[in-house]
Design a protein around this ligand. Structure first.
Ligand code: NAP
Length: 269
């Protein structure tokens, strides 16, 4: 990757996951700046990752070639106003990771700068992320490659032609890790109820989740076929799956992802 300096505005959960993954992949910490309102958080990140930190977002705008906007969507307008004042004649590449916030929103606050909107997820921390990207007006092929390189350093990347698709990406993979964590929590609790120790239930559930994901990723067969291979007719798995299906799990998942997609749309307003 070229030697551009990359600044993160907002050093919370998602920014820390991206930075942790980028550094583990070999990007030099000296090329990374992070700003936040929490001095403690910055101190911890500087100690952990050896990145540059500052409490002034303006310093990121002054120093960095690429600005990754990683504050909550509701704060984005205010934060962008502070950044814009520092650009002068420079037009840094803007990469937003905020849910819902559109390229038009961002360019109305930041002016005529190239904006790439993205939706990563927290498994970026272990280079197992999935990121959707959309290029707005003024984005060059070089900008695209730079954003691809940053996000590809922490997992898979997928470019989209329609910006609206990023709201669906948010519902599927941006929020997605939380759905799987919820299922893990529920399975660990159920395992404990069935008499396993907390430690054993946790180990069994996590290894099973990891193994199922690895199998699904590496197999040429669809998840439905892999599920059928676990399910002996009249056996234990069939008994469990019958409970899930009768309770309307598929409809529940559909409703949940639609709610996430709709919330992303609302955040744009
Ligand atoms: N978490 C995810 O899984 C995920 C995935 C994809 C995309 N995203 C997007 O990533 C963005 C950040 O989400 P997050 O989950 O990482 O949230 P977060 O943990 O709350 O991180 C945001 C950070 O920004 C700080 N901050 C608040 N005001 C600021 C300001 N004026 N200038 C600089 N920093 C400021 C916050 O500090 P305080 O906490 O002290 O306010 C916090 O440390 C959101 O737009 C979200 O949609 C998140």
């Amino acid at each position: 990757m070229a030697q551009q300096v990359i600044g993160f505005v907002g050093a919370g959960n998602m920014a820390a996951s991206l930075v942790g993954g980028m550094i583990a992949k070999g990007i030099r910490p000296a090329r990374i700046w992070m700003s936040d309102v929490s001095e403690q958080r910055l101190t911890d990140l500087a100690r952990q990752h050896r990145v540059h930190v500052t409490a002034r977002n303006e310093e990121i705008a002054e120093r960095c070639d690429v600005l990754v906007l990683a504050v909550k969507p509701q704060l984005m307008a205010e934060v962008c106003a502070g950044l814009k004042a520092q650009f002068g004649d420079r037009t840094p590449l803007i990469i937003s990771i905020a849910a819902g916030v559109t390229v038009d929103n961002l360019r109305s606050w930041l002016g005529d700068v190239p904006v790439i909107r993205t939706m990563p997820n927290t498994p970026a921390l272990v280079q197992a992320g999935a990121t959707g990207l959309y290029a707005g007006a003024g984005v060059t092929e070089e900008h695209r490659q730079l954003a691809s390189q940053i996000m590809a350093s922490v997992g898979l990347t997928f470019w989209f032609e329609q910006e609206s698709e990023l709201d669906a990406v948010t519902a599927v993979s941006g929020s997605g890790p939380a759905y799987f964590f919820l299922l893990m929590e529920a399975m660990i609790e159920a395992g404990e109820q069935l008499g396993l120790s907390s430690h054993t239930a946790r180990q069994l559930v996590l290894q099973t989740a990891w193994g199922a994901a690895q199998l699904a990723i590496t197999s040429e067969q669809a998840p439905a076929a892999l599920r059928e291979q676990v399910t002996s007719p009249g056996g234990t798995t069939a008994a469990a799956l019958d409970v899930f299906e009768k309770a309307g799990l598929r409809k529940l998942v559909d409703d949940a992802l639609t709610a996430a997609r709709d919330r992303a749309r609302e955040l744009a307003k």
